[in-house]
Design a binder for this molecule. Structure first.
Ligand code: AMP
Ligand code: ZN
Length: 467
């Protein structure tokens, strides 16, 4: 399988360290608020990575963390902890806020048909591991203390700027002096923050440096290495994490172990709306609930996500979401043909469903090319639409739907049959048509439409589909 590796800026063949296992770490949500569609784009694309690894014969071991402490409002270690902020907003404790949105997140994973990660570790359950990692860095001389915490000295890690190709001199020249005058370098980041003196935090722990809480970056390194070992095969996340969060993860992990932290880095590009990045701070974040209120199914949202490549900057719009919904409805109509096969009079008609699964796998294995995968499916369904489903192809057709679902999660193979009473109405209408009783045929069609069933008359009789 081929993947664009941010580390080398090349598309590379993924060669896991210990095949068929592939260790995968993806940065998870900060659980202080509802997630927005931009977040879900990233998680659905990571789900496609996992599904493709499975389809190509690998056995992914997937960890996604839950950030429930330490992610400050600014990625540059400034401002309030997002969890404490959420607690003030909702008049609850940070613990209650974290529990509520963690539950919301895991339920939404299911609603979106995202593969369940093998581990969903919480930062607050891994304080000891984070302290141990910071101590290792301290012993090796990578840390220093300021009045508000223990910091990582990025100048001690010479390749710090390489991963994101940062220009540190330029950053330094443009730095805003009012922040962290005690930091040695602008890019230095907090490993441990001390609890404030003027008020009590909901979440704080004792440590060798005093009461406080871990920085956001250190949790990912500590949990990734705990569950997956010191060198991961694939690390993924949003592209916004490249210059700070992932750069810091590499600096602290590699300084602690002396080993490469991750061999392949996958970055999902941003989703924009009206030309701006979707983000909580810009308050343009649409939630899954708003999508449902709009009459769009979560399966249609998933299809919309797959319509663009993970490395392209895609735009979110209600129009494209509605178009995705009607595209998916057409595909569901085709999938429903499995309940209404025909005895094919003309078996010379081309019918190409053999090895759609194989072609789909190859397309996804080429740097997760989901737009091309969907184009392939469109071509297949256009052919099916033209010749319907000959009875002898049923088993192959069902196998194809299952293959497609295993890779794309669109629930094509789950489309249910209609009730026998509805089938009886369809048969009655066929009889009316045979007797040229058009008025009755029309009336029966309307009855079916009222039940959400559409009809299309074909040379092989009427076929139904869900409206
Ligand atoms: P956060 O909770 O802000 O750390 O974001 C969770 C995940 O969603 C991260 O991997 C982000 O990179 C990703 N993310 C946030 N905003 C967007 C966006 N507009 N488009 C795509 N991914 C995003
Ligand atoms: Zn992370």
């Amino acid at each position: 399988m081929k993947l664009y590796n941010t580390l080398t800026r090349n598309i590379e063949d993924v060669q896991p360290h210990n095949p068929p296992e592939v260790t995968v770490y993806t940065c998870g949500p900060t659980v202080y608020d509802y997630l927005h569609v931009g977040n879900w784009f990233t998680y659905i694309r990571e789900d496609i990575l996992i599904r493709t690894l499975k389809a190509t014969g690998y056995n992914p071991k997937w960890v996604m963390n839950i950030t429930d402490v330490g992610h400050l409002v600014s990625d540059a270690d400034e401002g309030e902890d997002k969890l404490e902020k959420g607690a003030r907003r909702e008049g609850k404790t940070a613990w209650d806020v974290a529990a509520f949105y963690t539950e919301y997140f895991t339920q939404s994973l299911q609603r979106l048909n995202i593969t369940q990660p093998d581990y969903l570790p919480k930062a607050t359950d891994h304080i000891a591991e984070q302290i141990t990692l910071i101590q290792k860095l301290e012993t090796k001389g990578y840390t220093y203390a300021t009045s508000d915490g223990i910091y990582y000295d990025t100048s001690r890690f010479p390749s710090y700027a390489d991963f994101a190709r940062l220009d540190l001199d330029e950053q330094e020249a443009g730095k805003r002096v009012q922040f962290s005058a005690e930091k040695r370098n602008l890019s230095d980041f907090a490993l441990w923050k001390f609890s404030p003196k003027d008020h009590q935090r909901d979440m704080e722990w004792d440590s060798p440096w005093g009461k406080g809480f871990p920085g956001w970056h250190v949790e990912c390194s500590a949990m990734a290495m705990k569950y997956l070992g010191e060198t991961l095969d694939i690390h993924a996340g949003g592209i916004d994490h490249l210059p700070v969060h992932h750069t810091n993860e590499i600096a602290q992990s590699e300084a602690a172990t002396g080993k490469q932290f991750a061999r392949y880095w996958m970055h999902n590009n941003h989703i924009t709306i009206d030309g701006e990045k979707i983000s909580k701070s810009l308050k343009n974040g649409i939630t899954l609930e708003e999508i449902i209120e709009h009459g769009i199914s979560l399966e249609a949202f998933r299809l919309h996500v797959l319509e663009s490549h993970y490395r392209s900057q895609s735009k979110f719009s209600w129009q494209s979401l509605e178009a995705a919904q009607s595209r998916l409805k057409n595909w569901y109509a085709m999938a429903a043909l499995r309940w209404q096969t025909i005895a094919h009079a003309d078996d010379t008609a081309p019918f190409v469903i053999a090895d759609v699964g194989g072609q789909l796998k190859d397309t996804l294995a080429d740097d997760l090319n989901t737009p091309e995968a969907l184009a392939l499916l469109s071509r297949v369904f256009t052919q099916v639409d033209a010749v319907l489903l000959p009875r002898e192809h049923l088993a192959k057709f069902e196998a194809m739907l299952r293959d497609v679902d295993s890779m794309l999660g669109l629930k094509l193979s789950e489309q249910p049959d209609i009730a026998s009473s509805q089938k009886a109405l369809i048969a009655k209408r066929e009889a009316s048509r045979t007797h040229k009783d058009w008025a009755e045929a029309d009336e029966l069609r309307e009855q079916l439409v009222a039940q959400g069933i559409g009809l299309r008359d074909t040379p092989h009789g009427a076929i139904w589909y869900r409206l």
